[in-house]
Design a protein around this ligand. Structure first.
Ligand code: ZN
Length: 668
């Protein structure tokens, strides 16, 4: 087992790439060095950093004005473009910097007033600070190594020892206007020509220069010094590693935890159980509970992860209450009347001796929590090796978690989509109706567990919102193992779309082959029972749980030669009715759709279609639309019908059957 140690930051400056940039195009160069800075997660993690370049713009009056191009909010350094650097009047920024007092909300309003283009994104909250640094280029990161050292008992003197007087070290102060003031004050007394950087304790590091490459390289060089120091002060056992195999009991407890956490959050949430070597190693530490609640790497992480972790031992759903109590105490202790308490759901937790648990309202936030947690666990253990992990006191953490700018966002909170935070499991997901369902639910904001037998189908989904697993649904062991992976990744199942199936060979009963008959029943009927049986314990903990079986028009209107298929689908329909009766008490709705003549699937090649149409003396077009509405039925139409049963539109309907066939005379 190996872990990628912090050592040593790569210099990503590429001569060829840099030479592509026209000489004198400062903004293009700013974009380039911001991107290479952003590519390093140990420097810039989820918004933990910003950059700027000073330049000039000509106004509509033909006047030249000094401006700061500074990272705009909503842009990520890794992928930032020129449009992500709004131009802000330098004059205005420097004047703001001279004010005695300015609330952060007012500062943000003023920053918008200082924009040269009213449609530009809002400048970074650290824009005034960037303006106050008298160099053309300013780079700012929350480098793990530097912040880690600053979070130790002797952090300041260690940093002093590492950097000597080439770096100015400033005590922690809340980000925003007062931080700009602190730097403004310090700026009066420093020799900017000699200084290579500024370290803000518990926050991050600034470098600056007239030249973009030099400022970037100063960042890499200074961070490397911190990383080398960490490397020399620690050894290969500093980061604990372990291993753990998830079992069924764990997944049942996870889905109960997800249910309880959702109740606290006020809607469906996603939960990931991380049993990577690093996560399990941390969870195996005797003092993991105390370490995980001491505090985060930097206070701005509290916005994503809250100020401390939950601790789980035996029964996470019940132990959640302890976190809630602690969080309320923390809120009561530091809040005043202007604060409104955030939801009390933890965003990460240690499950003792097992691994880490992450919780969030959607996958994007979940990924942020996971990334931050991974970096934090490393930092904590390095900090311990350096004399003791000592993050900011809770009061300072609270100030950032409950920053007025963050509280303002609560009031404008956007409504959640119907499927945000929901997990949909779809069988037979590689093609046809199954694939259309995957696309439909993804489009609605759900995450999807896609099961299919076809080899390599996993690669067709290019998003982490889909967990695609190769699975033979007729094999109960394969189903169980897929469910373990699914619950470990997303925490539960809310909707089962039981769709896997195939057409059997057309065969009259007198020549029916036993093997064909058995195969049809095995896949088109028995596998659905087995998948449902395996999913039920998770569905019982789901949010608005629902099951949709994909049967067939052949149930109400069978045809000759389709005995094996029709009998299996009729059995499936009956299974659905029994399931509706049995599962109703748990709030699980079970409904059935009967599609017909869905030709946009893999089985219906142009050739097969032409043959079938000719068989009935029809053109392909006539054949496809041979129904009451004279309309072609697509996989997407069936997916829409399925989503009606999956969502809240038909929340009082169970045990029903819905044709999706364009109207069929024998069904009507
Ligand atoms: Zn910062």
């Amino acid at each position: 087992m190996e872990i990628d140690a912090l050592l040593v930051m790569k210099n990503r400056w590429n001569k060829q790439d840099a030479e592509q940039i026209a000489v004198g195009d400062d903004l293009a160069m700013r974009v380039y060095t911001s991107q290479i800075l952003g590519k390093e997660a140990d420097l810039v993690l989820h918004g933990g950093g910003n950059t700027s370049v000073k330049g000039q713009l000509t106004t509509i009056f033909g006047e030249t004005e000094d401006v700061l191009f500074v990272k705009g909010s909503g842009w990520d350094l890794k992928t930032i473009e020129a449009a992500g650097f709004p131009a802000v009047s330098m004059d205005y920024l420097l004047k703001l910097g001279r004010l005695q007092k300015l609330s952060d909300s007012e500062m943000m309003r003023q920053l918008r007033l200082a924009l040269m283009d009213p449609n530009a994104p809002t400048p970074s909250v650290e824009a005034i600070l960037h303006a106050l640094i008298p160099h053309k280029i300013v780079d700012h990161s929350h480098a793990d190594a530097v912040v880690t050292i600053s979070n130790t008992a002797n952090g300041e003197s260690l940093l002093q020892e590492i950097y000597g007087d080439e770096v100015l070290i400033l005590p922690y102060i809340m980000p925003g206007f007062i931080l700009a003031q602190q730097v403004a004050e310090a700026a009066c007394n420093v020799d900017w020509e000699k200084l290579r950087g500024i370290v803000l304790m518990h926050h991050g590091i600034f470098t600056f220069h007239e030249d973009a490459k030099a400022s970037y390289e100063a960042m890499i060089d200074l961070v490397n010094k911190a990383e080398l120091y960490l490397d020399q002060s620690t050894n290969s056992s500093t980061i604990a590693l372990g291993s753990y195999n998830v079992n069924k009991q764990d997944t049942l407890e996870l889905s109960r935890l997800r249910r309880a956490a959702g109740a606290v959050f006020g809607g469906p949430v996603l939960v990931t159980f991380d049993t990577s070597n690093a996560a399990t190693g941390f969870a195996e530490l005797e003092v993991c509970d105390e370490l995980a609640t001491r505090g985060p790497l930097t206070p701005d992480h509290t916005i994503h992860t809250k100020a401390f972790a939950a601790i789980f031992e035996n029964d996470p759903a019940a132990e959640l209450k302890e976190f809630i109590t602690n969080y309320k105490q923390y809120f009561d202790e530091y809040s005043d009347t202007e604060h409104s308490c955030l939801d009390t759901m933890p965003r990460y937790g240690v499950w003792r001796n097992k691994g880490m648990v992450y919780l969030a309202e959607n996958l994007k936030r979940l990924q942020i929590v996971q990334d931050i947690s991974e970096h934090t666990l490393k930092a904590i253990q390095f900090g311990e090796a350096l004399g003791g992990w000592q993050p900011l006191p809770r009061k300072d953490l609270f100030e950032v978690e409950y920053w007025e700018l963050e509280q303002a966002k609560l009031k404008t909170g956007a409504n959640r989509g119907e499927y945000e935070g929901k997990v949909i499991l779809i069988t037979g997901a590689a093609s046809g109706i199954g694939k259309a369902c995957v696309e439909h639910f993804l489009g609605q904001g759900a995450v999807v567990v896609a099961l299919d037998l076809s080899q390599g189908f996993e690669h067709q989904f290019k998003t982490s919102n889909v967990l695609a697993l190769n699975c033979d649904v007729t094999d109960p062991a394969a189903v169980e193992s897929s469910l373990l992976s699914a619950i470990q990744r997303f925490g539960g199942i809310d909707v089962l779309v039981s769709n896997a199936g195939n057409f059997s060979k057309s065969q009259n009963l007198k020549e029916m082959q036993d093997e064909d008959w058995d195969k049809s029943l095995e896949l088109n009927l028995s596998s659905h029972m087995k998948v449902l049986r395996a999913c039920l314990p998770y569905l019982q903990c789901g949010f608005d749980p629902a099951v949709i079986f994909v049967a067939s028009k052949n149930v109400p209107a069978p045809g000759p030669g389709a005995g094996a298929y029709s009998a299996a689908k009729a059995g499936l329909t009956q299974l659905a009715r029994v399931a509706a009766l049995e599962c109703g008490a748990d709030g699980i709705r079970v409904n059935t759709v009967h599609p017909n003549a869905v030709y946009d699937t893999a089985i219906w090649t142009d050739e097969v279609l032409a043959q079938r149409a000719a068989h009935y003396g029809l053109t392909v077009e006539e054949y496809k639309t041979a129904n009451v509405l004279k309309a072609e039925v697509s996989s997407a139409d069936v997916a829409s019908a399925i989503s009606l049963f999956a969502g809240t539109a038909l929340s009082k309907t169970t045990g029903s059957q819905l044709p999706v066939d364009g109207g069929h005379e024998r069904v009507i």
